[in-house]
Design a binder for this molecule. Structure first.
Ligand code: HMG
Ligand code: MG
Length: 298
């Protein structure tokens, strides 16, 4: 069931950079996003229209979108938590949005200041309007394999929320192991439970590498037929509302695995690694990707 082609969704410029405390100039973000698109990544998450009080780093997302080729072949989705965010994203020219819910009540409160049920109520009109406007909509479910506040999370809870998001109109659901605690058997159990309610073609997996399990989890999910995988260049990231969560699975590491398995991505690994080195230099630390370090040494 392993797919012959995988869509890699690059989330570094959003999921990664949102955690940086020093302000990153719009020009640096645009340079990074453009380099990632030029490397062949089909989807590059470009920003978030969230409250700037909650996530200051994403405040300039409209300025970023203004400098991207939004009519070109690359998709540049942006996060939207509510009507206000949708209006801002639409005005900035976004063609694709992502709403983001959670499988844990406490995480939902800490991240978007409302309960899971309230969040679905907020997303409903946003998704409906986006569909009327012809935009594509991704729905995230966070904490699918564990919550920093509540611990274990039931796969049935994840499946329920994923199904609700699809019923509201989401085209795709990204299953996020936000704190990176999952291991392959748990990941597959969760995936199978969700896939019983939502078509597998609509499911993406999103692993963080906190415990070094992200690639193992991806491989296990590939064997179940998943064809969309999220990752972040240079392993950027963490989560502002998930203490101790280290970065996303690094795009370089993911590409090395996929290409090694003979799975097509259409992405140039060396070009992604080069983009990762530039942003890592700007952030003043080496890329958190073994493949990036090996390529630099070679
Ligand atoms: P709230 O404080 O309850 O919102 O926050 P509010 O409606 O009461 O508004 C408070 C203020 O924010 C008002 O301004 C609003 O106008 C403003 P004031 O009157 O005080 O000057 N406001 C906005 N401004 C700009 N854009 C908006 C917006 N909405 C309200 N969209 C809210 C609720 C949802 C807004 C807030 O909690 C928030 O922005 N949260 C975002 C948190 C976030 O971005 N987290 C990171 C992304 S999730 C993630 O990383 C996980 C993921 O990667 C998956 C994984 O890793 O597993 C997706
Ligand atoms: Mg994430």
């Amino acid at each position: 069931r392993r797919p012959s082609r995988v869509t890699v969704v690059e989330v570094g410029p959003r999921d990664g950079l949102q955690n940086e405390s020093d302000e990153i100039p719009v020009a640096s973000k645009v340079r990074l996003i453009t380099a990632l698109a030029d490397a062949g990544l089909p989807v590059v998450e470009a920003g978030a229209f969230v409250s700037p009080k909650w996530v200051p780093q994403m405040a300039g997302s409209a300025d970023v979108l203004a400098q991207l080729p939004l009519d070109g072949p690359t998709r540049f989705p942006v996060l939207v938590p509510n009507d206000k965010g949708y209006d801002r994203a639409k005005a900035a020219g976004a063609r694709e949005i992502a709403v983001f819910g959670a499988a844990s009540e406490t995480f939902s409160q800490r991240n978007i200041n409302c309960s899971i049920q309230e969040s679905l109520g907020r997303f409903a009109p946003v998704i409906a309007q986006a569909k009327r406007d012809g935009l594509r909509v991704r729905g995230y479910v966070s904490c699918v394999l564990g919550c920093p506040y509540e611990g274990a999370v039931s796969p049935h809870r994840v499946a329920e929320i994923a199904k609700d998001l699809v019923a509201l109109g989401c085209d795709e659901i990204s299953l996020g192991d936000t704190i990176g605690v999952g291991t392959p058997d748990a990941a597959v159990r969760m995936l199978d439970t969700v896939a019983a309610r939502v078509p597998l073609e609509r499911l993406a997996v999103h692993f963080h590498d906190t415990y070094g399990q992200a690639l193992a989890n991806v491989l296990a999910c590939l064997e179940r037929g998943v064809g969309i995988v999220d990752s972040a260049v240079a392993g950027l990231g963490g989560c502002p509302y998930a203490q101790g969560a280290s970065g996303n699975l690094a795009t370089e590491d993911l590409l090395y695995l996929l290409h090694g398995l003979g799975i097509e991505t259409g992405v140039d690994l060396a070009a992604v690694a080069a983009a990762g080195r530039v942003i890592s230099d700007e952030l003043g630390r080496p890329p958190a990707s073994k493949v990036a370090r090996a390529l630099a040494a070679g």
